[in-house]
Every structure is written in C-alpha cells, then in structure tokens.
Write a protein that binds this ligand. Structure first.
Ligand code: PMP
Length: 414
C-alpha cells in the first residue's frame, strides 16, 4: 500500500476517509514537519531567515496603482475577460525585451505566459515525465521543483554542485551510471544563476560543457532563471538558452523583479514544443490571468522598470553584505557560499550537527532557517542550512545571525 503523507495528521493516524482513493502520484504531495515549524517561525518575535519572500515594499506602489487604474479605464472589458492560453501578445513582446538583457533572442511565438514559473515547471514536467523517468537536478535543488517532479513520480537524481555550479564531470558520470542501469533520463533541471538554495552561479565554460553533454545524450535542459537580473557585483554569464535554442526550455518570472502576487511567469520553449505547451497550459488553467498580464504590461510600458530592478539590487546587495559580515563575525568556524546575486546563502555546519534536529532549538532562540534536507530528494542535506537575506532588514539579519550563533555554539557544547 502506498503511504500518503498529506492524508495523515502529525501523529500518523489516518483520518481521511478517502485515504485509499488517491492516485499514486498524490503520494508525492506530503506536508513536511518543517512546514509546521514555519507556522511557529512566522510569529513576529522570530527572526525568519527561512522564507524566500521578495521585499515588495521597495516597489513604487503608486505607479502600480496607476497601472491598475489605467488598465480599468482603457481596457477593462478585455482585462476582466478570459484570454489566450499563450498569454497576451503585448506582454510576450515585453518579455522578449527582458530576456534580451540576458542574451536571449527568441520569437514572440515561442513565449508562453504561465501562472508563475512554478506552473511552467509543472507543465514541462507533465509533458515529459512518465513515472520512473529520471530528472537530473543539482544537489541541492529548489524545493518547489522537487515537489513537482515527485508529483509526476519522477526519479530525481542529484548531481554534485560546487562554487562554480553544477559539476560537468559529475554529470557525465551520473548519466553513464543511469544509462548502464537502463534508466530513461528526460530532463536536466538547473538554476544557473544565484542558485536556490546554494547561492552559486554556473560558470560560462561549464554552461557550454553541460549543454554539450546534454545534447550528446538527448537530455532536455530545463533552465530556471528567476534571479538572473538580481546581480550585485556584475551580471552572470549569458543564459544557456542564448547559446542553444532547440535543447533548452527556459523559465522566467516576474516574481523577483516585480512582484510574486501577480503570479506571472513564462516559458520560452523550443519551437517544436511550444504547441504542446500551450495546449497543456489551456488544459490546466484555460488562460493565465488577463488582469495581471494587462497590469504588468502597463507597468512595463510606463514605469522605469530597469531602475526598479536596480533598486532591488541595491536593497539585496546591502542585506547580503550584512549577512556575510555577520556570519564572519559570529560563526567564523563555519563555511558558506558567497552569492553574487539572488536571495540565498548556503551554510555548511560542523559534521556533528543536524540542521533539521536543531531547528526547534533555533525557533526557541527566536531565529528560523530552512534545513538543508528540504532541498534533497534523497533525505540527505542534514549538514546544511539555507539562509535568506531578501526580506529582513540588515539590522534584523545581524540579530538573526547572532541568535543562530548562540544556537550552533550551544549545540556544539552539548
Ligand atoms: N524557481 C525557483 C528557483 C524559485 O526560487 C522559485 C520561487 N521561489 C520559483 C521557481 C517559482 O517562482 P514563481 O512561481 O513565483 O515564478
């Protein structure tokens, strides 16, 4: 019998009368104990370095409000109506302009607007993954992607990552092992820029090498890039999609460069795939929110959105600096990554510590983080924690790191 975590309460008792009715894929949808702790961590006295919430207060709310108003005045009936399953042509044109900043030159025909890039992940997985197919993903990888892959019963195979991103040699070896075992490898899922959770960026040489490996092995690359424009010390190498069109599905999002509340992301698909993708989008949601698309489009047309992204960079750069300095002052014996953009620092704990076991103690000390185990499909990751610097102010970050040092030093003394 398959066990369905989502249908059990915290003591493991089965209270759901439909427990035996679920499809096998529902087994992948389980609540973690980490989520329960996050409920506690959301108390105002707890410094949360756990979530990845963008600092939307830095947005020009008046400009966004006036975009809303103009949409209602000029295009109310269309904005309130169902729309195309591919997204509005105006927004798709603007998305091309944004992608051009990262070296991507696609066709407006191949852009599909989605309800956040999370839905792009879901659609691509739905199109390509049969139960048991392999998805290669960095070790660690984005928790939300792991959830999607699991929900389609993929086998997730992690590949080593270091300070320059995914390691090509490790990828080659893993592919050889999986091929020898007769597995069907469908996708390589990668976050090349300012990785969530690892904070690292894939070097240009590795991008090219990885593309070649995937091309040689018939593996489709799923390039997830929500953070690429949020760089602090200079732009990252150009997108993988900028050098390879047919073998890369690119995911973009307005969640980090504008606001996640609009729930607007996009897929730039190889031309051959885009028709299926639109059909999958229509089957899932009919059409992405017309209203959100109109407002985002109007905002992009009338606001200095590049200056706004620069503002975000400044806010996050200052917070990153605060976090790295505080780590250096209070936890010098640990090691961590040095992100050049994005939201996250990935910390390695001393071997004897277990980040998941330590979390209740941290919450007691009024600080929260995400344990590394959330980012591995195979239950590993105990020695790591992800710290987010995107939402709390620099002062709050410093307070949080001081508290974290108390927790870690206390654990080491036990
Ligand atoms: N991919 C990555 C790597 C992310 O960090 C996130 C959000 N945390 C997403 C995808 C999903 O973002 P959205 O659906 O808001 O575009």
């Amino acid at each position: 019998m398959t066990s369905h975590g989502s249908t059990r309460n915290s003591t493991g008792t089965n209270l759901d009368p439909w427990y035996h009715h679920y499809a096998d894929r529902a087994a992948g949808l389980s609540t973690s104990e980490v989520r329960a702790l996050f409920a506690v961590a959301s108390r105002p006295e707890v410094v949360s370095l756990a979530g990845g919430m963008p600092f939307v207060s830095a947005l020009p709310s008046e400009l966004i409000r006036s975009s809303f108003d103009r949409v209602m005045t000029d295009s109310g009936p269309q904005a309130l109506q169902y729309g195309s399953g591919q997204g509005t042509p105006a927004l798709r044109e603007q998305i091309l302009e944004i992608m051009a900043l990262e070296g991507i030159h696609g066709s407006v025909d191949d852009v599909v607007v989605t309800t956040g890039s999370q839905q792009g992940l879901d659609l691509v997985t739905k199109l390509f993954i049969n139960p048991g197919d392999v998805v290669l993903a960095e070790a660690p990888s984005y928790v939300g992607a792991i959830g999607v892959f699991r929900s389609y019963q993929a086998e997730i195979s992690h590949v080593a990552l270091d300070d320059s991103g995914l390691v090509p040699e490790a990828l080659r070896e893993r592919i050889a092992e999986l091929n020898a075992a007769g597995k069907s490898i469908k996708l390589l899922y990668t976050i090349p820029n300012f990785h969530n959770p690892a904070g690292v960026t894939l070097s240009r040489e590795r991008r090219l090498e990885i593309l070649e490996i995937c091309r040689d092995n018939g593996i489709l690359v799923l390039e997830d890039n929500p953070y690429g424009l949020l760089y602090f010390d200079g732009p990252p190498p150009q997108a993988m999609r900028s050098v390879e069109e047919d073998g890369v599905v690119y995911l973009g999002s307005f969640s980090k460069t504008l606001a996640p509340g609009f729930r607007i992301g996009w897929v730039l698909a190889p031309h051959a795939i885009k028709e299926k993708l639109i059909l999958a989008n229509e089957s899932a949601i009919l059409s992405p929110s017309s209203f959100s698309q109109f407002v985002v489009s109007e905002y992009l047309r009338t606001a200095d959105w590049k200056a706004q992204i620069e503002t975000f960079r400044g806010v996050y750069r200052e917070r990153r600096d605060a976090m790295l300095t505080a780590l250096g002052e209070h936890l010098p014996e640990l090691s961590w990554t040095n992100p050049n953009g994005g939201f996250y620092v990935w910390v390695t704990l001393p071997e004897e510590l277990d980040s998941k076991a330590m979390l209740p103690r941290a919450v007691k000390e009024l600080v929260a983080y995400t344990p590394g185990t959330a980012f591995f499909a195979d239950g590993s990751g105990q020695r790591f924690i992800r710290l987010s610097f995107c939402y709390p102010t620099s002062d709050t970050i410093r307070l949080g790191i001081r508290r974290l040092a108390t927790v870690i030093n206390g654990e080491l003394e036990l």
